[in-house]
Design a protein. Structure first.
Length: 145
């Protein structure tokens, strides 16, 4: 049996494509919102236990990932309105730029903040914001429809 005969192309109707695009837009928005909420939540925890300096460091760490990610998500969101969407090449280049921007923002935090930066708060917030999509996974049944 040949593989070609077993694999058939999936044919999507315009209604199917529209449904996929609407869901993608919603998921992009919810991902950025969830990551923002996680960043604020972690900053509040650092404020409660470490004061204003720790909270500001925490917000800076969250922003180092959240800002490039929000720009990238906006780019993908706009692409859902185009007939072809975002190509894999554009997606890969966007991911590379996002990581580069995050590294650049971390450098900026170190350069401008100096000794006042609480690096534990920065790194914990960075990782928590990066993993903020886990909040979506916890509540997926209520919004994914």
């Amino acid at each position: 049996m040949k593989l070609d005969s077993a694999v058939q192309a999936i044919k999507l109707t315009d209604a199917d494509r529209l449904k996929i695009d609407v869901r993608a837009r919603r998921e992009l928005l919810f991902t950025v919102v969830a990551q923002s909420l996680v960043g604020v939540f972690v900053a509040l925890i650092f404020f409660a236990f470490g004061g204003v300096s720790a909270a500001l460091s925490s917000l800076a760490g969250s922003a180092a990932y959240l800002v490039p990610n929000a720009v990238f998500a906006l780019r993908l969101w706009v692409a859902t309105y185009r007939p072809g969407g975002a190509s894999p090449e554009v997606f890969l280049i966007g991911e590379i730029l996002k990581v580069g921007a995050a590294v650049g923002l971390l450098w900026l935090i170190a350069h401008l903040g100096g000794e006042q930066v609480n690096w534990i708060a920065v790194l914990v917030s960075l990782v928590a914001t990066l993993k903020g999509y886990i909040v979506l996974m916890m509540f997926k049944g209520s919004w994914a429809k």
